[in-house]
Design a binder for this molecule. Structure first.
Ligand code: HEM
Length: 553
């Protein structure tokens, strides 16, 4: 072996050692030592460079962390979402700097979007047959195959559902006919529930406000969505509320079991949801009769004229084949679910806020006494009450997530953020609503923050507050408006079609209470809501005292 070669290490094989010629023994020893050290060092460097990662990957501690500890931490975080969804989303939003951020729940990977241009990308990808779908998200959340009498929500015709036009256009246009009747109905129901009271303490009648309001909303919606006849059927109205409550519990159980077990568990828990059968079996004969009437009308025969959601959905159906009775009932069951709880919760929270900010009662009473008749006639107006409800919902929205779109095919945003099939893109609505980027003094309750200047005058100055110190939005807006600071109704082409009705019903109920009662929370310091997943739900045990005014408006 020739160490004089230019090669830094021996180029020959070790067995040739005896053939090596040395220039001097001492020099040879030190060269050997140096060479051996160099060899070890270089081998180590190379080994680390080439296999360093792999070694780390296969080290016991790495394997332990990767395959046991990290998955446990991730799963723990995902399950924690069930109990602290709003808090976890808020923490994600605070660190996001307007960039998409990821949050896991036990069954879903959420990618939260805040940037309006990315929301536009989301909306563009939500057209029928495209990669993102609200229906697929609803299918996951509600498990309608098992909870809505085998409704295959995602199998809807590509043109969409008839309910959107039925609600957004026809129900909204019908409001002036509906509101006077709803006003009377809500007044009577409120009095019935209040006079029953849930507790009587020291001559004070206390009411569990959340339960009271949900019963009122159920009655109003039964009238508006189904019919006058069904709204008078107490057994049906009771089952219609039970249906929603059982649906939420059943869907949650199915979501939390592994997907391979879902069909078995779904069938089992679905069987226990008896109210869905009551609803289905009551609605079905009406739907069949309407389909027969459609048939007769197409043959030129005279048929009765109806003004209700059955009829509007049939007439709004964009599918080439006309809606079947089963399809009609399924759409009604879906609307029914969507219509009750968000509306009832929004109204309940607004009542909490009336109790906490009684200085708003007087200006609101004045507006109601001057303008309620106009509102009832047109379905529009009452800008101060509108703003009060909007501010209440801004600080305590029903949901911390909005605009849910589930990927039915892999999808990537322009910035590279990607969704696998089953992942959800969505907005952190509650965090946006409380963000200083969009609202001055975001955590301060300012009941007339959104009201137009002409609605505000001396009389509407609650408690004589200094006008210059009250945070207001630069541009007034209505409760039903949607913009980049207010996604309570979702956004884009699938924004809530029931929002005009929901806003009008909230005004009917709140105007009745404000005009006729003083309100007081029995325990203003007690916690009033609890959270599950991303929803904020009023506590059932929150008590309010409604004291009749001596003279009513
Ligand atoms: C305060 C009450 C309400 C709130 C906060 C609310 C909120 C929402 C939200 C966030 C969405 C999803 C929109 C999106 O993803 O872009 C939605 C959809 C929907 N809402 Fe509402 N909603 C309310 C009341 C109602 C009422 C009263 C009805 C029926 C009369 C209704 C019917 C619907 C329907 C049918 C959809 C699905 C729309 C579609 O498939 O395109 N909602 N709502």
């Amino acid at each position: 072996m020739d160490f004089t070669s230019s090669s830094p290490w021996p180029t020959g094989a070790a067995p040739g050692l005896d053939k090596v010629t040395y220039s001097s023994p001492a020099l040879t020893d030190s060269r050997w030592t140096m060479a051996a050290l160099g060899l070890v060092l270089i081998t180590l460097i190379l080994y680390r460079a080439v296999f360093g990662d792999a070694k780390a990957k296969f080290s016991p501690s790495h394997l332990f962390n990767s395959y046991l500890i990290n998955p446990i931490i991730q799963r723990h975080k995902a399950w924690k979402f069930l109990l602290d969804g709003p808090g976890i989303i808020q923490a994600g939003y605070d660190q996001s700097n307007d960039k998409p951020f990821e949050i896991l729940s036990p069954d879903t990977r959420h990618i939260f979007i805040t940037n309006p241009s990315q929301l536009a990308e989301m909306d563009a990808a939500s057209t029928p047959g495209n990669a993102l779908s609200l229906y697929a998200a609803s299918q996951r959340a509600l498990q309608p195959m098992y909870t809505m009498h085998r409704f295959g929500w995602y199998d809807v015709p590509p043109e969409g559902l008839g309910y959107v036009r039925a609600l957004r256009t026809l129900l909204t246009n019908h409001l002036p006919n509906l509101l006077p009747e709803l006003g009377g109905m809500m007044g009577r129901k409120f009095e019935e529930l209040r006079s029953q009271g849930d507790e009587m303490v020291d001559g004070e009648r206390r009411s569990r406000v959340a339960r009271m309001i949900v019963k009122m909303v159920v009655l109003a919606n039964a009238r508006s969505i189904f019919s006058e006849e069904l709204a008078k059927n107490d057994e049906f109205v009771e089952a219609a509320l039970t249906y929603i409550e059982q649906l939420v519990i059943c869907a949650e159980i199915i979501r939390l079991v592994p997907s391979w077990l879902a069909p078995i568990v779904g069938r089992l828990v679905g069987r226990r949801n008896a109210a869905q059968r009551v609803l289905y079996n009551t609605l079905m004969p009406i739907a069949q009769r309407r389909c027969e009437e459609r048939e007769l009308a197409s043959q030129g025969q005279q048929v009765p004229k109806h003004n209700d959601c059955f009829q509007w959905i049939m007439e709004s159906s964009t599918a080439k084949t006309p809606r079947t009775a089963v399809g009609l009932v399924h759409e009604l069951m879906a609307i029914w679910f969507a219509s009750v709880h968000p509306t009832a919760i929004t109204i309940t929270i607004a009542i909490h806020d009336l109790c906490l900010h009684p200085e708003y009662l007087e200006p609101l009473r004045m507006e109601i006494s001057e303008s309620y008749a106009d509102f009832e006639r047109t379905g529009q107006g009452l800008p101060l009450l509108d703003s009060f409800i909007k501010e209440s919902a801004r600080l305590n929205p029903v949901e911390s997530i909005s605009t849910r779109r589930c990927a039915v095919r892999p999808f990537s945003f322009a910035d590279g953020t990607s969704l696998a099939v089953g992942d959800w893109a969505c907005t952190p609505v509650a965090s946006i609503l409380r963000s200083a980027r969009f609202y001055e003094d975001p955590l301060v309750f300012s009941g007339f923050r959104f009201a137009p200047a002409d609605a505000l005058n001396q009389k509407s100055n609650p408690g004589g507050t200094d006008e210059t110190k009250v945070p207001r939005q630069a541009n007034p807006s209505k409760l039903v408006d949607v913009d980049s600071a207010f996604y309570m109704w979702g956004s884009g082409r699938q924004t809530c079609p029931g929002r005009y009705y929901a806003s009008a019903l909230a005004k009917v109920i709140l105007a009745h209470i404000i005009a006729n009662f003083d309100v007081k929370l029995v325990d203003p310091d007690a916690s009033r809501t609890w959270t599950y997943r991303s929803s904020r739900i009023p506590r059932e045990d929150t008590m309010v005292v409604f004291t009749p005014l001596e003279t009513t408006c």
